[in-house]
Write a protein that binds this ligand. Structure first.
Ligand SMILES: Cc1cc2nc3c(=O)[nH]c(=O)nc-3n(C[C@H](O)[C@H](O)[C@H](O)COP(=O)(O)OP(=O)(O)OC[C@H]3O[C@@H](n4cnc5c(N)ncnc54)[C@H](O)[C@@H]3O)c2cc1C
Length: 590
């Protein structure tokens, strides 16, 4: 089908309007006094970006004089939490800027919860030595997003393209050129071309069915970068949040345990005393998730008759109605509405649920995208937030570090892009025939080979269902070679089927069938790299626990996994060393 593709030209494209994308847009605009033309592209209405659902809070040392906290303690907790896979220079940069970002958001007007003397209130999250998580009740993401969004709207140089799904990244000779996208509302195919780009497209935990994340967290930006020749890093490390509301998977925030909630098995025991005697329920998420599943496997969990799945109880009753209403109102509402349980009078059934992508697009400490295992960078492309693997979280993220990460690297990448663009302001990015050919190829892939291929028969929703079952069963909290091999061969088979999928709705405008088919393609690539990385890593570290290799192995595995896309073949694998500055790896006890 020959059509005229609308080509839109900008200085900077930001893929994603979550906290990372909006913060980057704000900073690039501020730095250039509104002179760079920015397109922010989001497949959902910007304020529906996943960040809006973040609950418990944002980490940063803001009152050291009161809490006894310090930047070194924040760094140490993060590095220990990461099971020593975090790059320590990135962690040191992070802890320094995180407090500045909390105060920056304060100045923009976030309505924080406060102490009696007016300070921004902070609570403890898992793996923390001190109360370090600033919060706005349990709706922190909503308040951060609405405040930032309102402020971004004040810049006339920023155009926000709501409900535009990007379908591919256009790269040429190792340089970023732009993205192709479908305007969902009008059903039009477009190309966005720019001098520079920032990928802030969020995580990929939707490759699991039992998950806390929004339907939109399908890892598109990570998969697009991977397909375009950019390596993905440490994808085997998926965070399972210990307290997913059973049987829905929806998050019951760590704030519930931060405020003093207990985890109880069917014998009424606070079982965390066996696994983490000091931190108890506030051990890091990987530890708590494994403890819950161990209780279930050893017969001390509750078993659901319908699904055969096990769970434990999160008990908040002793906190009392007043505290629950003041600090955990959304948790009460969620439990009541989705499970018919009022936490004031009943314990909440919970089970670990897929929550966060520790891996992502390979980037350096400042978020600049890297092209290989050496030092080759893409000179005009950055990534921030959950799509990026900087690597700050290593093998296990500490709760509330992620919101801080979105703002820190949103700011850093926005600033870096602004510096890069200084010399380009006023000049138009060029579209040569090779770029035009790439755009037309993508259009043909979507409309000729996917939407209008009348011979295809495979149902994308059947493929998605089998993918979800496979990931939930074999690539969960505990993994082993045999399960991972099963998952890998199933994903290969599903990818075969995907090449013959049928999209039933052939219309152009708001074609959700087509959108979901595109997302499924991204999810299959993401699932493949998660499983490939997990099969390859023959040790246990952080959230990646191999029952056949139950020990951490620093001699062989203190390194990052990089995977490179190859058409029709398994990914190419390479490694980069972990950057260690001051904290030598030690045994992780809580
Ligand atoms: C329920 C829940 C609660 C959480 N609570 C906390 C918390 O309290 N503290 C904390 O630190 N962390 C928390 N997290 C994690 C944190 O919310 C996320 O990691 C963070 O918000 C990610 O922000 P982001 O800007 O990177 O991406 P997102 O907010 O996920 O935004 C991604 C953006 O990319 C766009 N996008 C994606 N693909 C495409 C495409 N193909 N085309 C166009 N646009 C695209 C989306 O439309 C969206 O605008 C929580 C996570 C969950 C699931």
């Amino acid at each position: 089908m020959i059509t005229l593709v609308e080509v839109l030209k900008y200085d900077l494209i930001i893929l994603g309007s979550g906290l990372a994308g909006l913060r980057a847009a704000f900073q690039a605009s501020l730095k250039t006094k509104g002179k760079v033309k920015i397109a922010v592209i989001s497949k959902v209405q910007a304020m529906r970006s996943h960040s809006v659902s973040a609950e418990g809070g944002i980490a940063g040392v803001i009152h050291p004089e009161v809490s006894g906290d310090s930047l070194d303690l924040h760094a140490y907790d993060t590095i220990k939490g990461s099971d020593y896979l975090a790059d320590q220079d990135a962690v040191e940069l992070f802890v320094k800027i995180a407090p500045e970002e909390i105060l920056f958001m304060d100045h923009l007007g976030v309505p924080w919860s406060r102490t009696k003397d007016g300070k921004i209130a902070q609570r403890k999250f898992g793996g923390m030595s001190k109360p370090r998580t600033a919060y706005a009740a349990d709706k922190t993401g909503f308040f951060l997003m609405s405040t930032l969004y309102d402020n971004v709207l004040r810049f006339e140089n920023i155009d926000i393209y709501h409900e535009h799904i990007a379908t591919s990244l256009i790269m040429q000779k190792g340089e970023f050129k732009g993205v192709t996208a479908i305007d969902l509302v009008r059903g039009e195919f477009k190309a966005f071309i720019a001098h520079a780009g920032i990928i802030a497209s969020g995580g990929a935990a939707r490759v699991y069915k039992f998950t806390t994340v929004a339907a939109s967290s399908t890892g598109d930006g990570i998969a697009m970068a991977y397909r375009a020749g950019i390596p993905v890093k440490d994808m085997e490390f998926v965070q399972f949040h210990p307290t997913g509301l059973f049987p829905k998977g929806i998050l019951i925030s760590e704030a519930a345990r931060g405020e003093g909630g207990y985890l109880i098995n069917k014998n009424g025991e606070r079982f965390m005393k066996k696994y983490a005697p000091q931190k108890m329920e506030l051990a890091p998420r990987d530890v708590v998730s494994r403890s819950i599943i161990t209780e279930v496997l050893e017969g001390r969990g509750f078993i659901d008759e319908d699904t055969g799945l096990g769970y434990v109880h999160l008990d908040l009753r002793h906190l009392g109605e007043e505290l629950i209403n003041e600090r955990l109102p959304m948790i009460r509402e969620t439990a009541k509405k989705l499970a018919g349980i009022d936490p004031v009078s009943e314990p909440i059934p919970v089970r670990p649920t897929a929550h966060y992508t520790m891996g992502g697009i390979h980037a350096d400490t400042y978020g600049q995208v890297m092209l290989d295992e050496n030092t080759t960078r893409v000179k005009n492309l950055w990534t921030a937030g959950e799509s990026a693997c900087i690597s700050l979280h290593g093998a296990n993220r500490l709760g509330s570090n992620s919101l801080a990460e979105t703002l820190v690297w949103g700011r850093l990448t926005g600033e870096a892009a602004a510096n890069y663009l200084k010399e380009k302001i006023g000049s138009e990015p060029s579209v040569d025939p090779d770029v035009m050919r790439k755009i037309k190829n993508e259009e043909s892939r979507i409309y000729d080979r996917l939407l209008h291929n009348e011979t295809n028969t495979e149902n994308p929703y059947d493929i998605r269902r089998e993918l979800w079952d496979t990931m939930d069963t074999y690539v969960y909290v505990f993994r082993d070679e045999s399960g991972l091999n099963k998952a890998y061969s199933t994903i290969k088979k599903l990818k075969e089927k995907y090449s013959k999928i049928r999209v039933d709705d052939k219309s152009r405008k708001y074609n959700t069938n087509l959108k979901e088919a595109l997302e499924l393609g991204f999810m299959l690539d993401i699932a493949e790299v998660i499983v490939y990385g997990a099969l390859n890593r023959t040790e246990s570290r952080g959230a990646h626990f191999r029952t056949d290799y139950p020990k951490r192995d620093d001699v062989n595995w203190l390194k990052h996994t990089l995977l490179f896309y190859r058409t029709g073949e398994p990914p190419r694998i390479a490694y980069t060393p972990v950057r260690i500055t001051r904290w030598k790896p030690e045994e992780r006890k809580y």
